[in-house]
Structure formats: structure tokens, C-alpha cells
Design a protein around this ligand. Structure first.
Ligand code: HEC
Length: 162
């Protein structure tokens, strides 16, 4: 311990010298500006998915059975169930995402045309912003109950979602 002390002091001193010296400058220091405009405005639907949905549903849409996050790769199945079309844009993750009506329509259309492509029924009409506006006026009060109700209906219609 006694022999280690001078060594420790020497290391500390040389570190302090290096930190003060020019050698430690790794890049130009830029002042943080919270009001700085983004150089790449996030307008693309995929970017909205990554920022607002992918954190929970996964970048590939697979979700997580362990945490009850549904698999969005089979989102198209909901479109085959009466009431399913409204349901998928009313869930809290979508309505509470902070995206506006046009963006919700875009991100949902993006999921359906990419991750969930294989489950989308023929003749499907893309979502319109006005549809999202209407859906917002009738929010879901009990998501789990509505999902169960629609799952039963899906089974009755022969659509296997879960
Ligand atoms: C904080 C985590 C989280 C985020 C963020 C999130 N979701 Fe979800 N999402 C869930 C969970 C949990 C459920 C299941 C419970 C429910 O229906 O709310 C769900 C359900 C859904 C459903 C219904 C599917 C089904 O099978 O029931 C859709 C559609 C959906 N989310 C789409 C989205 C989209 C699109 C976004 C981004 C705009 C998004 N979610 C953001 C967690 C999230």
C-alpha cells in the first residue's frame, strides 16, 4: 500500500496534465441548444414508427408475448373483422402517440404495407386522416374488453388472430 501511493499520485498527476493538455481535445465543443431546429425533419411514416411504436412493438413489429405487446405483423387480420378497422387506430399506443390524424393514418398505412403486408385482405382501402379524426371522437373506454369482444367476433367469423 505504501509503495502503491506514489504510483497512484503519479498516475493522477499525469491524467490531470493530459486532461488539461491539447491532446485530450477529441472534438469541437458545441453548446447545447434546446431550440435548435432538427436538420432532418421527421416526416416519413417509417421514422414515426421507429420513434413512436417500435420501442414497444419492436422494429420488426413482432411485439412481445411476455409483456402483452401484440404482434403487428398480423395487423391485417383485424381488417377482416367487423369493427376491427376502427379498433386498430383507437388503441392507446396510437391515439396517445402524439401524432396528428394524418400521421396516424400514414404510420398505420405504413405498417400495413410493410410489416403486416402478408395479412392485408385484398381490396383494402388505406386509412384516411378523416377516419382518424372520427375515431378520436369516440375513444375506447376499455381496450382489453373491446379486444376480447372483437376476438370473439373474429373467431365467429373464422379469423384466427390469437
Ligand atoms: C408504450 C408501449 C406502446 C407503444 C409506444 C405503442 N404501442 Fe401499440 N400496443 C401496446 C400494447 C401493450 C398493446 C396491447 C394493449 C392495448 O391494446 O392497448 C398495443 C396494441 C396495439 C394495437 C392493437 C393490436 C392488437 O392486436 O390488439 C395496434 C394496432 C397498435 N398497438 C399499434 C401501435 C402503433 C401504430 C404505435 C405507434 C404509433 C403503437 N402501437 C405504440 C403498446 C404500445
Amino acid at each position: 500500500m505504501r509503495r502503491a501511493l506514489p504510483l497512484l499520485l503519479a498516475v493522477l498527476a499525469s491524467t490531470a496534465w493530459a486532461m488539461g493538455g491539447q491532446n485530450m481535445v477529441l472534438g469541437r465543443m458545441v453548446q447545447a441548444r434546446p431550440d435548435a431546429p432538427s436538420v432532418a425533419a421527421t416526416t416519413h411514416a417509417r421514422a414515426h414508427y421507429v420513434l413512436h411504436c417500435g420501442g414497444c412493438h419492436g422494429m420488426d413489429g413482432a411485439g412481445s408475448p411476455a409483456t402483452y405487446v401484440p404482434d403487428l405483423r398480423r395487423l391485417g387480420l383485424w381488417l377482416r373483422v367487423d369493427g376491427g378497422r376502427e379498433f386498430v387506430i383507437k388503441v392507446p399506443g396510437v391515439m396517445g402517440s402524439g401524432l396528428d390524424d394524418r400521421q396516424v393514418a400514414e404510420v398505420t398505412n405504413w405498417v400495413l404495407s410493410t410489416l403486416a403486408r402478408d395479412t392485408v385482405p385484398a381490396g383494402h382501402r388505406p386509412f384516411e386522416p378523416a377516419e382518424v379524426t372520427r375515431a378520436r371522437q369516440q375513444p375506447l373506454t376499455d381496450v382489453a374488453a373491446e379486444r376480447q369482444r372483437l376476438l370473439q367476433r373474429a373467431r365467429a367469423q373464422g379469423v384466427a388472430i390469437d
